[in-house]
Each structure stands twice: as structure tokens, then as C-alpha cells.
Design a protein around this ligand. Structure first.
Ligand code: FAD
Ligand code: NAD
Length: 560
């Protein structure tokens, strides 16, 4: 009898989609004496994404950053390796198969690995037909579904990216990059290469000055300076170039301006060229085509490896769910809208939760609160308020509602827009239209591991406490809504230096006067933070060994 035919047992069944930063903390904390818990994900391991840039250059080895999901959750939770491809919220059934929508989400897709091993020659060039892979499509019933399927790379439909650029999101991406760097150096050593071709082969381009692009460029510069310089001294002295291209006027734009400035200065010292106000329009096999801000001209930059790190978008399944429950799917960056208990909006019985990169907490809550403030301040019920007076009131309330602080920049933008009218007064209808516009721009919380893991832990606690999970009124059950605690943002910038930004980190700033940190001291914080975040003693030990090994013996630069 297949799972689809089974009726649900006496315990309510929770099906969790994903084995990432959102799903694993949930699976670890859910009470399995109360629920039957099944996890469905195409990736049978948890991936420590913050260390992926280190893996892509060999500072840290691949097995160090993954942990088998079975060893993390144990036999108390059933794990099935498959993609969920469809959901029927009315029948409460999911449909799963082995191939899924996308070839990147499984991370170690066999089809995707073969081209690497095929190139090696000898025995490994044989393609072995996979006799163990006979997994039919199946349906599965659920009482509660938790969607924690993350996101995928956003190419913004830029021509050539899918064909010619590397992403850095999954373990296989990091392995491919490591192999491509080695390829470029070995190709440049071929005796017949021209000077121009050598320079092209050793020009590495990183597109996107967000944390992924910055951390990868930093690790690559470390590899060149600490290891490749030793093996290829002439090439490194004459031909190697790393360029980071960013469309905005500074890198790490989500961090404090001092941190962006520091990183840009530091990158100059590390021989990383940063092209700001430069937009990549196309990626070709041997070049990227860019456009500088304010110019209509296009320029070609010859290069070999391109790493594309311009942000994320919703996975096809996320869009499909939005379509099924009748939400607008025009913006592919938006995830599943949830209420403050992280239940997906539009699912009337509250049976679907969404956490992590695929979720967006309903931003209208912010609008509700600001509107409530307006009404509270408008004691004479005239429907208009003095802008300055209202702004002061919002500032005061920020202390009470930490979420408002996260959005304070957006609120400021909204007020700036009101000020354009120069009337000095704010009407409720103007406020509403401005908040509506601002809301659409807000992704309520950043797409980070920090948010996903807090959400995962919260949903486990909520479901453990709830007496009736299908009650639409969790408030009546005295269950508290999710509240995010931002503990600061960290990024590695190379040369054994890191940057740390505590902006918005209310719990810490309440007790300490923390300023943005950069340099060597920050790298100790960065290292100790990620060391403690490693889920198990095994991976902690491997990480410590890798750091010591790299320090003493350098990185392994062979291609495999
Ligand atoms: P993920 O961790 O991506 O997990 C998604 C899971 O869903 C995976 O197991 C996937 O296989 C599975 N899945 C996909 N499709 C399906 C499907 N159809 N059915 C079932 N399962 C499916 N954040 C930080 O806070 N700090 C950092 O230093 C940091 N560094 C980063 C470095 C890099 C290189 C990258 C790429 C990201 C980094 N992030 C960092 C961001 C962080 O990794 C993400 O925000 C986080 O992984 C989101 O967690 P998630 O659970 O939503 O998704
Ligand atoms: P991002 O969205 O943070 O940054 C992408 C950058 O690419 C932006 O600055 C954007 O202006 C630029 N860009 C977009 N299109 C471009 C183009 N055509 N040409 C040139 N530049 C272009 O993306 P990310 O760095 O991949 O991060 C994704 C998510 O993961 C974010 O939420 C981030 O916070 C998180 N993350 C966090 C860390 C950390 O905390 N250390 C590390 C990696 C990722």
C-alpha cells in the first residue's frame, strides 16, 4: 500500500519540506510524542551555507560543511529523499518525485556531477547507470505542512548567466568553482598560450557586491596570495586579476556605511578591483558585457570564470503554492506571505506554515501599527496630523515595537515622500497609499540563516504548545507571535579580516554600546561564531582541523 492510500494515524502528521536552516531546527525541537513527523527533501544533508565560499577555494573541505540529516534528527523523524512538486491544500496532500523542478536544489544531483568526473579520464570517465535510483512519484497526506524550501539564484533573466556563470548556493556549486579555478591555471600553463589569452584565463569576475560576492572574492584573493602565488609565481605576478562588479555605488549595501567603505578600501589592498555603479548586462563564454551608470555604451570585459551572486528569488514550488492559493505571483522575489504565527495567508484552516527564505511575514502588520498610531494621535478625529508630531510619535513607539526599527528606513522614505507635498500635514489616506507602496518594497525580514533558524525553532515551540493547531485564533490560546531577534551581521573580507555590523541588533545593543567592527578582531568573532554554529562535534572537529591544515600546509589545489 502506498503512502497516499494510508489514512493518517492517531497522532497528527506534520510534513516538513526541506533540510536547511529553517527545517532542521524545527525537526530537532518538535515533540514527536505529540506528532508524527515526516521530512521530505531532495537533499539528505544539512548544509552550513556560511562556509560555502571557504569550500569553493579549498580552505575548508566539502564533508566539513555537511551533516547527514538522519544523524541530526535521528529515527524519531521519518526522512524521505524527494522533491515536493505539488500541493493540494484542500485535500491536504503533497505530490513528490525524485527529479523535481530544478537541478540545483538537491545539491549533489548525479546528473550534474557526471560532467565533472567524466573529464577526468581513465576509469572515472565511465558513466555508471544508477541501479539504486528507482523512486516512483508518490502522494502523501498531511495535517500540517511546513514549507521550508529556501530560494534559488536570481539571474534577473540576464542573457548567458545560466549557460556560462557559476552560482554559489549549493555544495556542488562550490566544487565546480574549485575545479574551474584549477582549470584556469592549468590552461594558462599550456606553452602555446598567448599573453592576452593568459590574462583572460586568469581574470576572475564576481558579479554582485552583496555578502555572497564579497565573501567569495575575499576567499579567492586568499587562495591566490597564500597558495597559488607559491606554485604559479609568474602568472600571479603578471596575469591574475579578480574583479567584483556591483550595480550600486557601494558593496555590502545592507550593512553600515562604515563597513562598506572599510571593505572597499580593504579590497584595494587585497588586489581585488571593485567596479561600482556597473551593471552586468550579459555573460558570454569568454567575457562579460557591462554598462556603467549614466552611460548607454556597453563594454566587454574578457574573463574566464564568472561567479554570479546577485541575490535570490522564489523557487518554482513557492510560486506554484502562491498560484494555488490565489496569491499574486508577479514578483518572483516574494515568498509565501505569512501571518505573525508564520501560517501562510490564504490557507483558511491555517494548516500550512512557511519559514526561511521562502517566507515573507505579512508586512501589512507594519501598516496596521502605523495606522493605529495615526488614529490614536488624531484625537480630534480630523483625519489629518502634523507630520513632525506624527514622526516623533513613531520614533517613540520604535522602542516598544522592535519590528518597527527594522523597517525604520522604509518609514523614513515614506515620510520623505509625504514631505514632498510641503503641506506639513499628513492625511490618513495619504499615509495609507504611502504605506501600501512601501509595503510592496519590504521583504519583511532578511533572507538569512539567522532568520530561518529562529523561525524553525519558533514553529516547533508553537506546535508543541498549541492545544488546537487548527484554531484560527492562536491569541486565545495565549501563544505569542514570532519575534525576530537580530544578533548582528558578519562577513569575511579576506586577509584574515572580517566585518561585523550590530545595527538593528536590539537584544545586544540594549546592554552594550556596540560599534561596527572590522579587521582582525572581527575575524575571531566570525570564526568563533561559525564554529559554535556547527551542528555536531564531528563537523566542529573537521572545521578546526581544516583551519589548522590550511594554515600549516596550505590548500589542496588539485582538481577532482
Ligand atoms: P535552505 O537552507 O536553502 O534549505 C532549503 C531546503 O529545502 C534544502 O534542504 C533543499 O534541498 C530543500 N528543497 C528545495 N526544494 C525542495 C522541494 N521542492 N521539496 C522539498 N524540499 C526542497 N545567512 C546568514 O545568516 N549568515 C551567513 O553567513 C550566510 N552565509 C551565506 C553564504 C552563502 C554562500 C549563501 C548562499 C547563503 C548564506 N546565508 C547566510 C543565507 C542562508 O544560507 C539562507 O538564508 C538560509 O539557508 C535559508 O534557510 P532555508 O531553510 O530557508 O533554506
Ligand atoms: P544580495 O541580494 O545581498 O546582493 C546582490 C548584489 O548584486 C546587490 O548589491 C545588487 O545591487 C547586485 N546586483 C544585482 N544585479 C546586478 C548586475 N546585473 N550587475 C551587477 N550587480 C548586480 O545577494 P547575495 O549576496 O547573494 O545574498 C543573498 C542572501 O543571502 C541575502 O539575504 C544575504 O543577506 C544572505 N547572505 C548572508 C551572508 C552573511 O550574512 N555573511 C552571506 C551570504 C549571503
Amino acid at each position: 500500500m502506498s503512502d497516499s492510500d494510508k489514512t493518517l494515524g492517531t497522532k497528527q502528521r506534520i510534513v516538513v519540506l526541506g533540510t536547511g536552516w529553517g527545517a532542521v531546527p524545527l525537526l530537532k525541537h518538535i515533540d514527536t510524542s505529540k506528532y508524527e513527523v515526516i521530512c521530505v527533501s531532495p537533499r539528505n544533508y544539512f548544509l552550513m551555507t556560511p562556509l560555502l565560499p571557504s569550500v569553493s577555494v579549498g580552505t575548508v573541505e566539502t564533508r566539513t560543511v555537511i551533516e547527514s540529516v538522519r544523524s541530526l534528527i535521528g529515527p524519531r523523524v521519518k526522512y524521505i529523499e524527494a522533491h515536493c512538486v505539488n500541493i493540494d491544500p484542500k485535500a491536504k496532500v503533497i505530490t513528490c518525485n525524485t527529479d523535481g523542478d530544478s537541478n540545483v536544489s538537491r545539491g549533489d544531483d548525479v546528473k550534474a556531477i557526471l560532467p565533472i568526473s567524466k573529464r577526468e579520464g581513465g576509469a572515472s570517465s565511465r558513466i555508471i547507470k544508477d541501479s539504486a535510483r528507482t523512486r516512483p512519484q508518490f502522494d502523501m497526506k498531511y495535517d500540517i505542512l511546513v514549507v521550508a524550501i529556501g530560494s534559488e539564484n536570481n539571474t534577473f533573466n540576464t542573457p548567458g548567466v545560466e549557460e556560462h556563470a557559476h552560482f554559489l548556493k549549493e555544495l556542488l556549486d562550490a566544487r565546480r568553482i574549485r575545479s574551474a579555478i584549477s582549470d584556469a591555471f592549468e590552461s594558462a600553463m599550456t606553452p602555446t598560450q598567448t599573453v592576452e589569452e593568459k590574462k583572460r584565463l586568469l581574470h576572475f569576475v564576481v558579479v554582485g557586491g552583496g555578502p555572497t560576492g564579497v565573501e567569495f572574492a575575499a576567499e579567492l584573493a586568499d587562495l591566490v596570495r597564500e597558495d597559488l602565488q607559491h606554485y604559479f609565481p609568474r602568472l600571479v605576478a603578471n596575469d591574475v586579476k579578480i574583479t567584483l562588479i556591483e550595480a550600486l555605488d557601494h558593496v555590502l549595501s545592507m550593512m553600515d556605511k562604515k563597513i562598506s567603505d572599510y571593505t572597499e578600501r580593504h579590497f584595494r589592498r587585497e588586489n581585488i578591483e571593485v567596479l561600482m555603479n556597473t551593471f552586468v548586462k550579459e555573460v558570454k563564454q569568454r567575457e562579460v558585457v557591462v554598462q556603467y551608470k549614466g552611460s548607454t555604451e556597453l563594454k566587454s570585459i574578457p574573463c574566464s570564470m564568472v561567479v554570479w551572486a546577485t541575490g535570490i528569488k522564489a523557487r518554482p514550488l513557492t510560486n506554484r503554492i502562491r498560484e494555488i492559493i490565489g496569491l499574486n505571483i508577479q514578483s518572483n522575489r516574494m515568498g509565501l506571505l505569512t501571518d505573525r504565527y508564520l501560517r501562510v495567508k490564504g490557507v483558511d484552516d491555517g494548516s500550512i506554515f512557511a519559514i526561511g527564505d521562502c517566507a515573507t511575514i505579512q508586512p501589512a502588520k507594519l501598516a496596521d501599527r502605523i495606522e493605529a498610531l495615526f488614529e490614536e494621535a488624531d484625537t480630534q478625529n480630523r483625519g489629518a496630523l502634523d507630520i513632525q508630531q506624527f514622526r516623533t510619535l513613531v520614533e517613540k513607539k520604535v522602542a516598544e515595537y522592535p519590528q518597527l526599527e527594522v523597517f525604520s528606513k522604509k518609514i523614513e522614505d515614506a515620510f520623505a515622500e509625504v514631505d514632498k507635498n510641503k503641506s506639513g500635514y499628513l492625511t490618513l489616506s495619504t499615509l495609507r497609499s504611502i504605506l501600501e507602496k512601501a509595503d510592496q518594497k519590504i521583504r519583511a525580514l532578511p533572507a538569512t540563516a539567522q532568520v530561518a533558524s529562529q523561525e524553525g525553532r519558533y514553529v516547533a515551540k508553537l506546535l508543541n504548545q498549541a492545544s488546537n493547531v487548527h484554531s484560527t485564533d492562536f491569541q486565545q490560546q495565549n501563544l505569542t507571535p514570532f519575534q525576530y531577534k537580530h544578533m548582528g551581521s558578519l562577513a569575511y573580507v579576506g586577509g584574515d579580516e572580517a566585518v561585523v555590523d550590530f545595527t538593528g541588533s536590539k537584544p545586544l545593543l540594549d546592554y552594550f554600546d556596540l560599534k561596527p567592527l572590522s579587521g582582525r578582531s572581527a575575524v575571531y568573532l566570525w570564526k568563533s561564531f561559525y564554529f559554535t554554529e556547527m551542528f555536531t562535534g564531528r563537523t566542529k572537529t573537521l572545521l578546526a582541523f581544516d583551519w589548522v591544515r590550511t594554515h600549516i600546509f596550505g590548500r589542496d589545489i588539485s582538481r577532482y
